[in-house]
Write a protein that binds this ligand. Structure first.
Ligand SMILES: Nc1ncnc2c1ncn2[C@@H]1O[C@H](COP(=O)(O)OP(=O)(O)OP(=O)(O)O)[C@@H](O)[C@H]1O
Ligand SMILES: [Mg+2]
Length: 144
């Protein structure tokens, strides 16, 4: 059965359920638990005269936010004895990054929420989940 399970966590309630479900499956199947987050980096720009100067967030600032993600995830995984998640962070389009990272880490099941932090409440399934379902080379489980 599944030996390496990866939950995709974006901080939303849906993704909390995805992590919890991945924990239960990992415990039941004695599988490795991986958790992935794609930080969404938006560059700011300062305009000086005719020049535009991009301002990148500092590495320290991004790392501090990743620590917050680790804390939130561990609040869930901590309920399951002996389960220590391996974290993956990679900035970019979340769907593409999840699929790429899962392939690299030889994940055999990806668990996602049906929706995430997006605001378009009319959509039943978010764009990340749709993309991962279409492109992943392994099994995909969507939770509600
Ligand atoms: N940046 C991310 N990093 C890790 N997982 C993510 C990320 N964004 C989304 N996911 C995963 O995908 C699930 C569904 O989120 P998705 O982005 O598809 O929906 P949405 O945010 O409601 O809609 P959209 O982003 O299309 O406006 C989340 O519950 C989470 O499991
Ligand atoms: Mg989203």
């Amino acid at each position: 059965m599944f030996k390496k399970i990866m939950a995709a966590f974006d901080g939303s309630q849906h993704s909390e359920i995805a992590v919890d479900t991945a924990c239960q499956l990992a415990k039941a199947l004695n599988a490795e638990l991986h958790v992935f987050n794609a930080p969404h980096i938006i560059e700011d720009t300062v305009i000086v005269g005719y020049s535009t100067v991009p301002i990148q967030p500092t590495k320290e600032r991004v790392e501090a936010e990743c620590d917050e993600i680790r804390k939130k995830v561990k609040a869930i995984t901590g309920k399951y004895e002996g389960l220590e998640p391996e974290f993956h962070f990679a900035a970019g389009n979340p769907g593409n990054m999840i699929v790429g990272e899962a392939k690299e880490a030889e994940i055999d099941l990806i668990v996602l929420g049906r929706r995430g932090l997006g605001q378009f409440t009319g959509l039943l399934v978010g764009s990340t989940t749709t993309r991962v379902s279409q492109l992943a080379e392994c099994a995909v489980l969507t939770v509600k």
